[in-house]
Design a protein around this ligand. Structure first.
Ligand SMILES: [Zn+2]
Length: 85
């Protein structure tokens, strides 16, 4: 058996979902930059951003929001108390 299925960690072949320009503008104003392959929308915050997306769900989320694995983890796994906002 030579047909080894390679685990895809690179996101560069994935397409971003299409959004209305107004939504793109709003996302840009929130995140700081537009979605761009190989980049995280929050990367201007000077923190570390891991673009090796761990699974299909993360890749799908990246195609929608442009958030890297680090930001997705921060966003979805550590619920922030609303009083802090
Ligand atoms: Zn990020």
């Amino acid at each position: 058996m030579t047909d080894v299925k390679k685990e895809k960690v690179c996101t560069s072949m994935d397409e971003f979902t299409e959004k209305a320009p107004a939504i793109e503008d709003q996302m840009e104003s929130i995140a700081g930059r537009r979605r761009e392959q190989g980049h995280c929308v929050f990367e201007n915050d000077g923190k570390e951003h891991n673009l090796n997306l761990v699974d299909e769900l993360s890749r799908r989320e990246y195609s929608i929001s442009g958030m890297c694995q680090t930001c997705q983890d921060r966003m979805f796994e550590e619920p922030r108390p609303y009083e802090d906002m």
